[in-house]
Design a protein around this ligand. Structure first.
Ligand SMILES: *Cc1c(COP(=O)(O)O)cnc(C)c1O
Length: 391
């Protein structure tokens, strides 16, 4: 979560560098005025290097990154795209914006995509799966990649929470065909608003790049106003201001994740003292980003009581249990295409609903105040003792 905790002098210096050298805030053109400053381009190259991929594309948000990813894979009307019941609305919205049909699969104890349910939901119309590393824990990528390969469908990793994590040694976002990232203000690294895509296939990368810029191919042989194009697109460009901030934030990413993991370990040792509480399952081979710590309680009543107790000592929860509605497909009856596909959403994803109702997420900051672990310990023991007394 805490990119915002580290916005400071370094980000400002990158922005000042733009203003000291022509003040060009657009990523294209103005070549003479900008004195060699191309912040978005530089950010893309640095990000691709960090993630060990050939190409990256900076865009205006993580939601835009998902939309552009679908365009890069030529996904549109008549196609189905599977994603998981526990994710932010943006994942489903991007599929709808592409004109495709979202199909929701259940999650399992990892709180990410259940590979078995993924396989059940595949039809001849399925073109891709968007797997989400929700709250910084990697999905079961080995199983998911094997299924996708078997059925010939593309894999997009919604890495909004997974930036800086890895699975079997590979950075999250680089295991599938396309990885998408969000740099909104609540994410591990932030540009205020912003996003990124990483690609393996250069043709897919070129199609996505053109789509995010009205179809512009940025043909070096032509001036921009006469540029070549092979399809229409839209404007999902990142501005130079965001690119500048991103350059500085990327340099801090590994330290942020390291600091989060230290805080996570401290709180995890508190959770382990309670028999009633069970940690979320983390797939083997995972390096989590430790954005949040999620554990299961005995019942939804206990989850709600724990939230109240944590609030009473000045420590909130994150998404679970209080804000699940923006993050659980079972509540999205404002999306007609989901209702058409799945019928009554309230009963459509029973496993996910059951798991989420018992889950509590503790927000992790890199700089949690001293004594937070003791506060959390006190709050938890208050509720858990009460529950035992009732039995
Ligand atoms: C934050 C988020 C997004 C969207 O990113 P924005 O930059 O806010 O548009 C997409 N998917 C998931 C899972 C997210 O958490």
């Amino acid at each position: 979560m805490p990119g915002f905790e580290f916005v400071g002098r370094e980000e400002f210096a990158e922005i000042k560098d733009i203003f000291d050298h022509g003040g060009i805030l657009f990523r294209h053109g103005f070549d003479a005025l900008r004195q060699g400053r191309y912040k978005c381009e530089e950010f893309e190259v640095a990000f691709a290097n960090r993630m060990n991929v050939p190409k990256a594309l900076a865009v205006s948000s993580g939601s835009a990154a998902l939309r552009v990813a679908l365009a890069g894979l030529n996904i549109g009307p008549g196609d189905e795209v599977i994603t998981q019941a526990f994710t932010f609305v943006a994942t489903a919205e991007a599929i709808i914006e592409a004109g495709a049909q979202p199909v929701i699969a259940e999650i399992n104890q990892t709180l990410n995509l259940d590979p078995q349910d993924l396989e059940k939901k595949i039809t001849p119309k399925t073109k891709a799966v968007i797997v989400v590393h929700m709250l910084g824990v990697p999905a079961q990528m080995s199983e998911i990649l094997a299924i996708a390969k078997h059925y010939g469908i593309a894999v997009i990793e919604d890495t909004a929470w997974g930036c800086g994590g890895s699975y079997l040694g590979a950075p999250l976002g680089t295991l599938g065909d396309i990885g998408t990232y969000s740099f909104d203000f609540a994410k591990t690294m932030t540009t205020g608003e912003g996003g990124m895509l990483v690609f393996k296939d250069l043709q897919v990368a070129a199609r996505a790049r053109a789509y995010h810029d009205h179809g512009h191919e940025n043909n070096p042989a032509l001036p921009r106003w006469e540029d070549s194009r092979s399809g229409s697109g839209f404007n999902y460009r990142m501005s130079e201001l965001q690119g500048a901030v991103g350059l500085a934030q990327l340099k801090k990413l590994d330290d942020v994740v390291k600091a989060q993991r230290e805080q996570y370990d401290l709180l995890a040792s508190v959770i382990s003292q309670f028999d009633d509480l069970q940690m979320r399952t983390v797939p083997t081979g995972s390096e989590i980003t430790a954005d949040a710590l999620v554990f299961f309680t005995k019942s939804s009543e206990q989850a709600l009581a724990l939230r109240e107790a944590l609030l009473s000592v000045g420590f909130g929860t994150k998404i679970l249990p209080e804000a699940v509605s923006w993050h659980f497909a079972g509540t999205w009856d404002h999306m007609p295409s989901l209702v058409n596909k799945h019928g009554n959403l309230k009963t459509a994803f029973p496993t996910s609903k059951q798991l989420l109702s018992r889950a509590v997420a503790l927000p992790i900051l890199a700089k949690l105040p001293e004594g937070t672990d003791q506060k959390v310990q006190q709050a938890l023991s208050k509720v858990i003792t009460t529950c035992h007394a009732l039995i």
